[in-house]
Ligand binder design. Structure first.
Ligand SMILES: [Zn+2]
Length: 456
């Protein structure tokens, strides 16, 4: 069976064949770090986490890269409001982003690349675009001339006249076309800037990604993901920049886009007052329930965030966890049917995931497995086989809770001691207790939900 993915570029489901054997270079647009990330971001990042993990499950050697936009209008604006240094603000929210991602079980990303670490490469790419006649200078920076690039609009499937029609009236009179996009922004007083052949300034948004991916992957790579609202102009412009500068196409073989999240059937917006950060959602719901909520909808289907829908996710997930507890205690007769049921379910899971990562159908296969096993009397060994199988599936899905080893009262007491010391800012004692825990083979993960004891 072949894995098929829906490619935004061709608007077709295509067999997934990486450029080089089993190697997959995968890039997903990361956050602009000026505030806490919201539950719409969480949808995209959880779903692409599952996609990366399934590709690995399938035997692909995935390098998953995400950028961190740490220089941007929004960052500068917020930093000015807070009378703060923009780079400090960016670092703070990059850390918060990392905490949110860990809480949601997102650990598939190999590298987070900060845009400001690639300014040299950005300048080099803009220079190439100049040399090849695609870029021009204005009074406020450097722009890409879209009329020079044949195929601008091929990802969003829009003809050039429609793009031009849709463009807002040019703010800058020097622009050749209102849709020409910024490659380099000339320095304004009080803004962070870097030296360049076109004067001091900072990069435009789209060029960050292509400079990062060209550095890490070269001019062409396998998979680019992101939310659907990034198709135009962001991803469209990435294609124009990189294909124009390298002369090779396509920049990306497979473009995957995740659908929107709505709240109670309405669009989420700060102006509508229904804006929810991941941090707020995690205060209300268990992180695995949230993860289940995102994974149980197809990534190309819009999702409706509502009390009712998440409660439903919570109940559904509890059925799986209850099943895990039950089979962990199985003590009946050896049952020959179990092996077959596992095999059948594994095949069904893979068949659905191979079909453009059909997560809801893949999860449905797990439920029918549970129904079948529940009809059977099973042995301890059967139970163990089932756990091994579901752990393998959970390496992709990531929302099932397996029974943990019992932590002794002594260890719990040490963790408490460490918490108290930390509260009293007695770092020396906290460190001592941490070392004691380490000797016992444990460590403490400080999550937004409080300390979690883990085995080393
Ligand atoms: Zn991007």
């Amino acid at each position: 069976m072949a894995l098929k993915v829906f490619n935004t570029l061709t608007r077709r489901k295509e067999e997934f064949k990486p450029l080089k054997g089993k190697k997959v270079n995968m890039f997903v647009c990361g956050p602009t770090v000026y505030d806490y990330s919201h539950i719409g971001h969480a949808k995209t990042y959880v779903q692409f986490d599952v996609i990366a993990k399934y590709l690995r499950y399938r035997g692909f050697n995935v390098f998953y890269l995400q950028n961190i936009t740490d220089i941007d209008d929004k960052i500068i604006k917020r930093a000015n409001e807070n009378k703060e240094d923009p780079s400090k603000l960016a670092i703070k929210y990059e850390k918060e982003y990392d905490i949110d991602m860990k809480a949601l079980g997102i650990n598939s990303v190999n590298k987070y690349a900060r845009a400001t670490n690639y300014v040299k490469q950005i300048i080099k790419q803009i220079q190439t675009l100049f040399d090849k006649g695609y870029a021009y200078k204005t009074s406020d920076g450097v722009y890409f001339e879209i009329d020079k690039f044949k195929g601008y609009g091929k990802l969003s499937h829009q003809p050039m006249d429609k793009i031009k029609e849709g463009a807002r009236v040019a703010v800058n009179e020097d622009k050749k076309n209102p849709s020409d996009f910024s490659l380099w922004k000339k320095e304004k007083i009080g803004e962070p800037s870097w030296r360049s052949p076109w004067g001091k300034g900072r990069p435009g948004w789209h060029i960050e990604d292509t400079a990062i991916t060209e550095t890490e992957f070269g001019p062409q790579y396998d998979l680019h993901g992101g939310a659907i609202d990034l198709i135009f102009p962001h991803h469209e412009s990435e294609i124009a920049q990189m294909e124009a500068s390298s002369g090779r196409k396509p920049l990306v073989k497979y473009w995957l886009h995740a659908a929107f999240l709505n709240i109670e059937k309405e669009k989420m917006a700060k102006s509508l007052g229904n804006f929810i950060t991941i941090r707020e959602a995690l205060k209300k719901w268990d992180s695995k329930v949230l993860r289940y909520f995102y994974v149980s909808t197809h990534y190309r289907t819009p999702i409706d965030y509502s009390e009712k829908n998440i409660q439903h996710s919570k109940n559904s997930l509890e059925r799986i966890n209850e099943f895990i507890r039950k089979v962990s205690r199985a003590n009946g007769k050896e049952n020959k049917k179990v092996k077959n049921l596992i095999k059948k379910t594994k095949t069904a899971f893979e068949k659905h995931m191979d079909n453009d990562f059909d997560m809801p159908q893949a999860i449905a296969a797990v439920y029918s497995f549970i129904r079948e096993v529940n009809k059977q009397d099973i042995s301890k060994r059967n139970g163990e086989e089932i756990i091994v199988f579901l752990k393998k599936i959970n390496s992709v899905l990531g929302f099932i809770t397996f029974e943990k080893e019992k932590v002794s009262a002594e260890i719990k007491k040490l963790v408490e001691e460490r918490e108290n010391a930390r509260k009293n800012k007695d770092w020396a004692t906290a460190d001592k207790v941490r070392d004691k825990l380490k000797k016992e083979g444990y460590y403490v993960d400080d999550t937004p939900q409080g300390p979690v004891i883990k085995k080393l």
